[in-house]
Unconditional design. Structure first.
Length: 115
């Protein structure tokens, strides 16, 4: 199973970014899909996740600024991030988990927000 993410980059505060991630390989019946982020010296933290039923969870720090969505047919998840802040700077990781509890991570994509 491979996860391929795209959409990271360098932006200014107040800008928007759209992170996309697609799973390929032998993964079926995906339960959770989501995005985490990590900065040097800190633990990886949840940004947003979405279940197969469409229920969503967001970190308090991004509520109202981010929207997560998924395309089950394409095994893809998208994170739309608006009004980005310098504190959003991190490496963002896509993750999926199937109903058997098998979890997979993407390689990470850098998001840098300048003030």
């Amino acid at each position: 199973v491979q996860l391929q993410a795209s959409g990271g980059g360098l932006v200014q505060a107040g800008d928007s970014l759209r992170l996309s991630c697609a799973a390929s390989g032998s993964i079926f019946n995906i339960d959770f899909m989501g995005w985490y982020r990590q900065t040097p010296g800190k633990q990886r933290e949840l940004v947003a996740r979405i279940t197969s039923a469409g229920s969503t969870n967001y970190a308090d720090s991004v509520k109202g600024r981010c929207i997560i969505s998924r395309d089950n047919a394409k095994k893809a998840v998208v994170l739309q991030m608006n009004n980005l802040k310098p504190e959003d700077t991190a490496v963002y990781f896509c993750t999926v988990r199937d109903f058997r509890g098998n979890g997979y991570w993407g390689p990470g994509t850098q998001v840098t927000v300048s003030s």
